[in-house]
Design a protein around this ligand. Structure first.
Ligand code: FES
Length: 110
């Protein structure tokens, strides 16, 4: 099973097992990582925003236009930002490094 690594805003890293087919949001929530996922993966909130380490970004499928629209509403947006609810784990993502922003903006709240 692949492993992925979350780096929290305080710099602490958490390495966790990441079942193939699970989303980053699901894995984060199962392991106590601070990703709210307020809209439960329906691309409406941006509270699952993660910043993908540059070296892994090109391994991910390109974001959809809907994902880009919601990302535009995220706080701490970067060139390698993605929605955790839209990243599905595959074997080739073993070792993936994700930075968790210090805060999230819930677009559902306006
Ligand atoms: S959980 Fe709301 S956009 Fe991902």
């Amino acid at each position: 099973m692949p492993n992925i690594n979350f780096i929290n805003a305080d710099g602490k890293m958490l390495s966790v097992s990441a079942p193939v087919g699970s989303t980053v949001l699901e894995i984060a929530q199962e392991n106590g990582v601070n990703l709210e996922g307020a809209c439960e993966g329906s691309m409406a909130c941006s509270t699952c925003h993660v910043i993908v380490d540059q070296s892994y970004f090109s391994l991910l499928n390109a974001p959809s236009e809907d994902e880009k629209d919601i990302l535009d509403l995220a706080s701490e947006l970067t060139a390698t930002s993605r929605l955790g609810c839209q990243i599905v784990i595959t074997e080739h993502l073993d070792g993936l490094v994700l930075h968790v922003p210090s805060g999230h903006r819930n677009a559902l709240l306006g």
